[in-house]
Design a protein around this ligand. Structure first.
Ligand SMILES: [Zn+2]
Ligand SMILES: [Zn+2]
Ligand SMILES: [Zn+2]
Length: 111
């Protein structure tokens, strides 16, 4: 992994991108927001820190590397992340609860 690790904004509490809202052992990802192209640990961090409403990635952008593994710094595409239980690079487990909130970050498949 040679790409520079993106800066993660908001009230981050450790170097694995846990934040004041989500800080269990499994809360290790940060997500890039479509509105500002900045990484935040969660949508609450974005709401409290950014000066604008959050926008979600359109379905056409599922190939964008918008998810950061806070443990190893690996960047996942949205489509890979949505199917993954753990990081493909370091095998750290992701919080399955994050998937319940995916509508805050990614638009669903259009019908
Ligand atoms: Zn934003
Ligand atoms: Zn947060
Ligand atoms: Zn990883």
């Amino acid at each position: 992994m040679t790409a520079p690790r993106p800066r993660v904004r908001g009230p981050v509490v450790d170097d694995q991108t846990r934040c004041i809202h989500y800080s269990t052992p499994l809360d290790i990802i940060a997500i890039e927001f479509a509105c500002c192209r900045e990484f935040y640990p969660c949508h609450l961090c974005h709401d409290e820190t950014a000066d604008h409403p959050a926008k979600q990635w359109p379905f056409a952008d599922r190939d964008r590397t918008a998810v950061l593994c806070g443990v190893c710094g690996h960047l996942l595409t949205i489509s890979v992340y949505l199917l993954a239980d753990s990081c493909p690079a370091c095998a750290s487990l992701f919080n399955p609860g994050c998937k319940l909130h995916s509508q805050y970050y990614f638009r669903p498949e259009p019908r």
